[in-house]
Unconditional design. Structure first.
Length: 85
């Protein structure tokens, strides 16, 4: 299956770029795009923990990311949009 929402991979690299603190960085961190990115990342990390516990070992971020996108992302986004996020 080809991932339709590969934009996450590009956005994920934002995390490393956000380490230095400047006024422009603060503005970006407070943006809705960055908040959405952070919320999505937290969901993926939760999924990684749950699936790693089931497997009995750390499944790794990339596997958790791919699995979450395929199985949960669309519904998660619909739920967030209907909640007004």
């Amino acid at each position: 299956m080809q991932l339709k929402n590969h934009d996450f991979y590009a956005t994920f690299s934002m995390s490393n770029a956000m380490k230095s603190a400047s006024p422009a960085d603060d503005l970006l961190k407070n943006s809705s795009l960055y908040r959405e990115f952070q919320a999505e990342r937290e969901e993926i990390l939760k999924h990684k923990w749950i699936e790693s516990e089931k497997a009995g070992h750390d499944i790794g971020f990339e596997r958790a990311l791919t699995d979450w996108i395929i199985k949960h992302r669309a519904n998660w986004r619909r739920t967030r949009q209907s909640a007004g996020h």
